[in-house]
Every structure is written in structure tokens, then in C-alpha cells.
Design a protein around this ligand. Sequence first.
Ligand code: ASP
Length: 445
Amino acid sequence: MAKVLKFGGTSMANADSIRKVCDIIRADKAARIIVVSAPGKRESKDIKVTDLLYECYRTRREKGEARECFSKIVERFKEIISGLGLDFNIKPYLDQIYYDLEGGAGIDYMASRGEYLSALVAAAYLGYEFVDAKEIIKFDSNGMFNAELTNELCAAELLRQGGRGVVVPGFYGQTLDGRIKTFSRGGSDVTGAILARAVNATVYENWTDVDGFMTCDPRIVKNPSVIKMLTYRELRELSYMGANVLHPESIFPVRAADIPIRIKNTFNPQAEGTEIVSTVGFFKGEYTREDNTITGIAGKKNFLAIYLEKQMMNNECGFARKVLSVLEDYKVNLEHMPSGIDTMTVIFEAIDDNTINHIMEDIRITCSPDRMELVRNLSLIAVVGHGMSRKIGTAMRVCRSLFNAGVNIRMIDQGSSEYNIIIAVEDEDYEKAISALYGEFSEQR
Ligand code: ASP
């Protein structure tokens, strides 16, 4: 059985890193299906090839041509090919893309060309076959991903390859009416997951530039430990809350097929990485890990809350529904809804003032609350881990650590499944709160 290995933008950024990628692939006999991103940043101020492509598209629309911008992309690929000492003529491919750009190519087509070129180069260097994602990753004409057809096409393609290695560009596919369509940014992770599912891979290895999923944000806490094992459910909670090693949508295809994901570091392949495993399997005892209370901590700033008070709210049938339908009218996604007897709060990501005013006015008209208050600049922090279930004192430790750090808790929410405590704090307390929580729970390790 095959493995799917996906290499991100930093891994594909220059000739040195691509050499490392190829060493990793060559050292592993099961590494037959390779998905690559477009070349990313070589250093922090560099520009990703995908961003250059978007810029070319915009420049062409505004100024009628984008020769200068496109030359930066040409340079990047020439540098990669000469650095690899590769005998591969990329010119016709680049010329075709520029020709298409001048001819008014669409934005998704342009954005996808970084992956396309990156995969062509990797395939030539590895001696693997290039398989264009547009042939096997399919979307319906309305832009919805077509999993069934994709699965069929991928399986047929693999059969045709008869065990030889293939390189597939990430990030895009094709609609049934022939248009190139991309996933959202970072979508090569999704391509890897879709392929892993389609070929029933033993594992989906996602090679990036960090040692794995960190227990919390390394920009806030210095050198947090790496999580060795995460369940899909924990991963979902942490990535939803901003821990962004993996594209959030990349979880679904592999989870459905119970395929583990392994996060590995191209620049430190010896590091164990993070293994993401089936939640069901974990509870059945198929996997073992250290008995930590908390697996990880993640969070995001800049939420808004509308606090509502109304006498006898608990007796008013449909009050919450009316509030939620106003949010729905304005296409606002509800994040949390802590409530009391006669109070409720709706929390959502920050939006513009004009929309907020309209929402509050509509709530006033439809729900007639006694009091309504807007709270700005809230951060949400998730403390996540199956280990906290049935463990007395976890919420106490959360509260105590924030108390000791002088952080006021604006809201606290723990579902009955007990693998997630969500806390809202003021944005200005966010970093302090994360550090305090990490300090408290890292001692358990
Ligand atoms: N190159 C695309 C991006 O920068 C997709 C990816 O790298 O996964 O978003």
C-alpha cells in the first residue's frame, strides 16, 4: 500500500530544500504519491510564488500587461532548476502561462501555476511521472468538490502507473466544464488528503518546516513542546482556533477513511513529528500516549459579543432563534452562545461597524431585549484534550492560572464531552493568558 507525502511551500522554496525533499522521498520505498506546493518564502521577507501569481493577474487587469511581475516568477524557477543542476526546459511552460495571462486567463488558473510548475520540476528531478491535478481532482460545474469522481479517477490513474512514483501539483483541480479551480489558500494540504483517501494510503505524511504541532503558539511561548499524538477531534478544535499547521479542510477526507496524518519537518526529518489518529480508534485503545490532561492550547483575537438581557427570557419560546436568525440574515457565523437564565450572549468574529449597527437594530426590533450591549476586542482561547474528561480540577486549574496572572475571564464554556474549555478574555490579556495556561499545564508533562 502506498503513502501520500505532501511537501509545503518552504520545502519547495529553493534548490537546497528541494534536494532535501527528494532525499526524503528516495529514502522511503512506500513514498509513491507526492503532492507539492508552489515555491514559498526563502526567507521571511521573500514573496511566495503564489502571491506573485496573484499579483501578475491583478497587474495584467489594471495595466494590460504584467511582464515585469512575471519575470520574477521566471527567475525563481530558473534559479531552482540551475541550483538542482537539472536538464529540464521549463521555458515552453512559462511561455504558455504568460500567453494565457495575456489572453485573459482566470484568477484560479493563474494562482494554480506555481504548483503546476513546482510539480513538473520535482517530477523531472525525481524521475517520477507528472500527473496534472486537473485530470484527477474534479469539481462540479458549480464549484463543489466531487469526491466520488475524484476517487475513481485517482484510483484509475494509480492503477495505470502500476506502482511507479507520481508527482501531483497541490491546490487545484478542474471543474466538469473545464475551468481550473483552486481550494482556499494553503489548499495543497487538502489535495494531499484527498489523494490519501482516494488511494486508501497507509498514512498521509505532511512535510512542513516545523517539528510538528506545538502545544501552543511558539510566537507567545518560547519553545513549546511538540504534541506527539493528537486525535482528529483535538486537531479540529486546535486548528479551528488558529493553530494552523494544517489546512482545516484537510482533516475531513482522511478522517472519513481513518487514515493517520503525520506532520514531519523537511529540515529536521529525524524529529518524530506529530501523529494525528482516529478519535474512535483512540477511544477503543488502539493508540497509547502519555496521560496528559491537556493536549494543546490555541486561540484567536478579535471577536465581538452582543450581550442580551430580558426578564423572563427563559420562558420566552423562540427568543434565541430570533436572535440567531438576525445573525443568519447578515451571514454572520456564530462562534459561541453562553447563556444564563435571563441573559444570553452571542459571540462572533469581528465585522464592520455598519453591519453591527444593523444587526443590533434588528435584534432590538424582533426581540425587544431590556438591555443590549456590544463587547469588543475579545479573544477566545481553547484548552483542548481528551485527558481532561472526568479529571477533577481542570477548570479550577484554568481559572487559577488566569487568576494568578491577573487575567479577567469574560466567559467560560465547557461542553459536556469535556475535551474542550473555551475562555474569552480581553484581547490585551491574550498573550498573558496563553502563557499562564501553558505554564500551568506544561508542568503535568
Ligand atoms: N500555494 C498555495 C498557497 O500559497 C497553496 C499551498 O501552498 O498549499 O496558498
